[in-house]
Design a protein around this ligand. Structure first.
Ligand code: NZQ
Ligand code: ZN
Length: 392
């Protein structure tokens, strides 16, 4: 196991009705003038925004609001948020929504305290400070409620880029599983796919002797395999929603990836798809991740066999481990298909003829990515082609 630091300072406030306490937590973490940031309408329609406002009023906390965050959040709204925070002298941002809202809130939080263009942070500059943020989560997916990451799309050129810093981690995150019961089945499945992908990005490692994190990863994956079909069949199943919501946090706050090298190439390859086609990130991953697995499994067949046998219950073929590894990948793809995810590029709404553009935008040039297997532009092209040809 490698040396590591692990910092997860967020206070998680879990359970039914806990959003009614968010005013108390804003006060606890020093907020007195709050920007409430939210998405395209689901949190307004459900009455959640009204409950959040009431909770702030109960604590005597002033607030302003900025809705309209789109999935794959845009830089243009971030600039408006920064301006609004400065005008209203906001000292705390409360993100009410999913990964897109939280990531937009994080970008605003960093941008408000920075003299330059906030996009610098998404082009490699280190973030020094940010306004404190709180979260009321409405979808189990991106894990942004527990992560220090943020991903924003620059409208000009459709560049989707990420940044990360512990200063972006939320002070508190309210996780009420009941809030996720209104999610359509498709969004639920996209979220489940993203959660599994966050684990796989860490699971496929070149670091040896990492039994504890391997087992934690497998626990999250097996939970998702069990609970996702339950909520697709029965969206109001509180306990299944609760298990998924906590799995989504555990998958991405860093704890299952400590002490080991990680991959993240499927995410980088997918981000080009959601940037170009504005598809859901989880749906893009459903197409890319099994294709990536097919491309790289021979690098460490036994690690793929471990996934196949432990997570998907495949029989170990000692004569020909390739068979087991491939069966594990096939079972993962058919699981994703069974929960309603696209299997190939065309089902996602992407075009095979755009592959050169997608590869170009990734900007590898003659170089290679980092990760489990370091990929060249030619390798990424092959992965997109495998994703185009895949069948259920
Ligand atoms: O905008 P509204 O009307 O709220 O609708 C949203 C949106 O259309 C809807 N929704 C959310 N909660 C709902 C609901 N509909 C009904 N009932 C509810 N309770 O769901 C749609 C998707 O929301 P979004 O926030 O985009 O989903 P998600 O949480 O999957 O976030 C995706 C974004 O996060 C990024 C992705 O790239 C993508 O941009 N990621 C962020 C990460 C991070 N910060 O750590 C890591 C991830 O790997 C990921 O890249
Ligand atoms: Zn993701």
């Amino acid at each position: 196991m490698d040396n590591f630091n692990f910092c997860s300072p967020t206070e998680f406030v879990f359970g039914r009705g806990r959003e009614n306490e968010c005013g108390k937590f804003v006060r606890k973490y020093g907020g007195s003038r709050v920007l409430i940031h939210f998405g395209g309408g689901s949190a307004v329609r459900s009455g959640l925004i009204d409950r959040v406002k009431q909770s702030l009023k109960d604590e005597g906390i002033a607030f302003c609001e900025l809705g309209g965050v789109q999935p794959n959040p845009r830089d243009t709204l971030v600039y408006r948020g920064i301006e609004l925070c400065r005008k209203e002298k906001a000292d705390f941002i409360l993100a009410v929504g999913g990964g897109s809202v939280i990531d937009s809130a994080k970008a605003i939080a960093a941008g408000v305290l920075y003299d330059g263009d906030f996009w610098d942070f998404y082009s490699g500059k280190k973030i020094g400070q940010a306004l404190p943020i709180g979260v009321v989560l409405t979808i189990a997916a991106a894990g942004s409620e527990g992560s220090g990451d943020s991903v924003i799309t620059k409208e000009d050129g459709l560049l989707k880029r990420g940044t990360g810093s512990d200063v972006l981690r939320a002070k508190f995150s309210v996780l009420d599983p009941e809030l996720t019961c209104t999610l359509p089945a498709y969004q639920t499945a996209c979220g489940a796919t993203d959660i599994m992908a966050h684990v796989f990005e860490r699971y496929f490692t070149n670091t040896r002797e990492v039994e504890i994190t391997d087992r934690l990863c497998e626990a999250v994956l097996m939970t998702m395999v069990k609970e996702t079909p339950r909520v697709i069949d029965d969206p109001y199943n509180y306990d299944a929603r609760a298990n998924i919501m906590w799995a989504g946090m555990v998958a991405h706050n860093g704890i299952v990836g400590v002490g080991r090298s990680q991959d993240w190439n499927s995410h980088a390859i997918e981000h080009e798809l959601s940037a170009l086609y504005d598809c859901a990130h989880g749906a893009g991953l459903a197409v890319i991740m099994p294709a990536w697995m097919e491309f790289v499994y021979s690098h460490d067949v036994m690690r793929f066999c471990q996934m196949a046998t432990r997570v998907f219950g495949c029989h170990m073929n000692y004569e020909d481990p390739d068979v087991t590894a491939r069966e594990g990948i096939a079972r993962f793809r058919s699981f994703l298909h069974s929960i309603g995810m696209p299997v190939n590029l065309s089902e996602l709404g992407a075009k095979e003829e755009d592959i050169p553009t997608l590869v170009e935008k990734l900007g590898l040039g003659e170089g290679r990515t980092w990760g489990f297997v370091r990929l060249s532009a030619e390798d990424v092209t092959e992965i997109y082609k495998l994703a185009a040809a895949a069948e259920a």
